[in-house]
Design a protein around this ligand. Structure first.
Ligand code: TXA
Ligand code: MG
Length: 324
């Protein structure tokens, strides 16, 4: 698309937001389904479109620190330190909220999650809107987050007035979510900025148990899941001797047994993060009975990748939506 066509489309997207509509926007992590965060009725459309439980709050996206005061009531010094280093970029901070923000955005909680994304199309769109935009990942709840426009469910595309195509998302896993609500900062979701880099800057963070939702229901239970059952393995003995199954591995040396399909990704965590949802999306279309994925170490981005894979491997699926 030419830069002129993109500018025209962004202008239409701004109009859509101002008329309380939904827009699919690219970010550097995954695609988002955006609405004006200051309009309850616009935000209600996000929850309906995604079939998202009303108790799961949304991230508010901003174009600059100047916009913080429309949504946040306090910005602690440690948060500022992180913002100076990592924004625009894949880190979300949970902070005390302004009471003027509609309750639906924060699921009635006294806190709000905010981030400044770095994707140039997202930033341009946010600047032109000059409104805070609530945007969850543009997937139906529990399913794979989209890193390409082609991953987005046709129902969501149809419900969004405008789809802004920003190409393949370069980080590929969602932002890290860090809460400043208690005295010690707490990692609510591992994501695009590694905990090691965060702790280097602001000291030790707590990592609450994964059985406690802490007002962040998005952090527990099945999520990021293809409809084909997925199993994480650490050793080839765990592969079945036969069957219609695929193996995803991170070294050409890892055995694949009798797999009917194999995907070998690079062993670099940045590459795995960028490719993993795309790989699962493609395998999910192949009519396989099972997908086996070799585990990787839980360090750096490996934490976020293993979090997504282990939640994708939880069996019970609660949400289904027909294609049309
Ligand atoms: O990379 C990302 O963060 C993407 C792009 C589109 O920005 N967005 C995204 O949004 O992943 P979503 O809605 O799929 O995930 C937001 C997570 C959920 O786990 C939610 O529970 C948590 O952030 N969250 C949002 N507001 C919160 C709050 N006030 N307190 C605690 N957790 C919150
Ligand atoms: Mg999501």
């Amino acid at each position: 698309m030419s830069s002129r066509d993109l500018a025209t489309l962004i202008n239409k997207a701004v109009e859509t937001i101002k008329n309380d509509g939904l827009v699919i926007m690219p970010t550097e992590t995954v695609y988002g389904l955006a609405a004006n965060a200051l309009s309850s009725s616009a935000v209600a459309k996000i929850f309906a479109a995604k079939q998202r439980p009303a108790n799961n709050p949304l991230i508010v996206h901003l174009h600059s620190l100047d916009q913080l005061n429309c949504v946040v009531s306090e910005f602690p010094p440690l948060a500022l330190k992180l913002a100076e280093k990592f924004w625009p970029g894949p880190i979300t901070m949970v902070l005390p909220r302004k009471s003027t923000l509609p309750d639906i955005v924060t699921a009635g909680q006294p806190s709000v999650a905010v981030r400044i994304p770095s994707h140039p199309v997202a930033l341009e769109f946010l600047r032109k809107c000059n409104l805070p935009l609530a945007a969850p990942s543009a997937n139906i709840s529990e399913s794979i987050s989209p890193t390409r426009i082609s991953h987005i469910h046709p129902r969501l595309k149809a419900l969004a007035g405008i789809v802004l195509d920003g190409g393949f998302c370069q980080i590929g896993v969602e932002s890290t979510v860090l809460s400043f609500i208690n005295e010690q900062p707490a990692i609510l979701r591992h994501g695009g900025i590694e905990i090691e880099k965060i702790e280097q800057l602001i000291g030790q963070c707590s990592i609450p148990s994964s059985t406690d939702s802490l007002g962040s229901p998005g952090r527990i239970g099945r999520h990021y899941a293809p409809s084909t059952p997925l199993t994480i393995i650490s050793n080839p003995d765990e592969l079945p001797t036969s069957g219609n199954f695929a193996v995803v591995r991170f070294s050409p040396k890892s055995p694949i047994g009798n797999a009917v399909c194999v995907v070998t990704l690079s062993a670099m965590f940045e590459d795995i993060a960028r490719e993993i949802f795309d790989t699962l999306f493609n395998l999910d279309k192949m009519g396989l009975d099972k997908i086996f994925v070799y585990s990787i170490p839980k360090t750096g981005l490996g934490m976020a990748i293993m979090d997504r894979l282990s939640r994708a491997s939880i069996k019970h699926k609660t949400t289904t939506i027909p294609e049309k």
